[in-house]
Design a binder for this molecule. Structure first.
Ligand SMILES: [Zn+2]
Ligand SMILES: [Zn+2]
Length: 345
């Protein structure tokens, strides 16, 4: 089968590899029908994910059809259409039982697919702990509608869940890339009083404005002043930082009102400064982490009910044989791309 592979630093290549096999009774083999490219794949390509193992098949955003299940798998069977979870988790350890599945203590726990074990920019993928890692897609939900459930939508859903948003809140979301927009969609379900989205790219600001006219969209250079002046309590009640750019961490705590919650979703390239003397008395609560992606079934129900629609994010479509071109477009942000879908049929 064809598999897009992390050959070495800076180099991915579409290679012919053997089809994966069941290695553990809890595994499933999924025929990938639709995949996508994530910014994390680019981090692997450029060597900023030291855990990534050269030779692995990349890709951790995908949906497909179950081809084969190990004998211990109970929740899915051959022929089921499924969304694949970015996180591998056992469901049984201390962390899994509390919903902190990103911290699963299994050797393959956390983000393993397409990083430490073969992922899904391929024709087939082996999914460990298939009962945890696969969610059945309702019949009325298309592959494109379900494509982001296991990764960026799971991230937005989790970030929203831990941010404890109320209907009286002003929520600031920093960053309107694909994950920022998924976060926005989940925040909108909480009906806060006001949502402000801060984004550097004019094209992405236009996209948010066009699709979600009820949201206030601003540029980073106006963010501090706008948020302080336009919230009821001298700053945002909740800040969700999804940008991970040069100044976005500072902006996140600066724009927060005293006793606000600041949720950090972003993956930074460098350490960030926590200037405690300057923050003294703001009494902020910071929440951080890698996504605890264990809400996929609920997210699929929300999609089925028409409450979340991420299909406008898919701006480009390529067959697997043209995946290198898809990477070129995505990586260089050409042609107004937000997300690409990699088709396999
Ligand atoms: Zn990702
Ligand atoms: Zn676990």
């Amino acid at each position: 089968m064809l598999a897009y592979t992390y050959v070495k630093d800076g180099e991915f290549e579409l290679l012919e590899k053997p089809k994966p096999r069941i290695l553990n009774p809890r595994d499933a083999i999924v025929r990938v029908t639709l995949g996508s490219i994530c910014t994390s794949d680019l981090h692997i390509k450029h060597g900023s994910v030291p855990r990534a193992v050269p030779g692995i098949t990349v890709g951790h955003e995908m949906v497909g059809i179950v081809e084969e299940v190990g004998e211990a798998v109970t929740s899915v069977s051959r022929g089921d259409r499924v969304a694949v979870n970015v996180e591998t988790f056992c469901g049984e350890c201390f962390f899994c039982k509390r919903g902190y599945v990103n911290n699963c203590t299994d050797p393959d726990g956390g983000w393993a697919l397409g990083c430490r074990i073969d992922g899904g920019q391929a024709e087939y993928v082996r999914v460990p702990y298939a009962d945890q890692g696969l969610s059945r897609i309702p019949d009325s939900v298309t592959d494109e509608q379900a494509l982001f459930v296991g990764d960026i939508l799971a991230t937005g859903f989790w970030a929203t869940r831990i941010s404890d948003i109320t209907e009286d809140d002003t929520v600031l979301i920093i960053g309107a890339g694909p994950t920022g927009i998924c976060t926005l969609l989940c925040v909108m379900l909480k009906h806060p009083k006001k949502i402000i989205v801060c984004e550097k790219s004019a094209a992405r600001r236009r996209f948010v404005q066009e699709h979600y006219p009820e949201v206030v969209v601003i540029a980073p250079w106006e963010c501090n002043e706008y948020v302080i002046d336009n919230s009821d309590r001298g700053g945002a009640d909740v800040v969700i930082e999804v940008a991970g750019s040069e100044d976005s961490f500072r902006m996140a705590w600066y724009c927060a009102r005293p006793n606000a919650t600041v949720t950090i979703v972003a993956l930074y390239d460098r350490p960030q400064e926590l200037p405690l003397p300057e923050m003294y008395g703001k009494n902020l609560t910071f929440k951080t982490g890698g996504v605890d992606g264990c809400d996929c079934a609920e997210i699929l129900r929300l999609i089925e009910a028409g409450k979340i629609d991420t299909t406008p994010l898919i701006t480009h479509r390529y067959p697997l044989c043209d995946i290198a071109e898809a990477y070129r477009i995505f990586e260089n942000r050409l042609d107004g791309v937000i997300k690409v879908a990699i088709t396999n049929e």
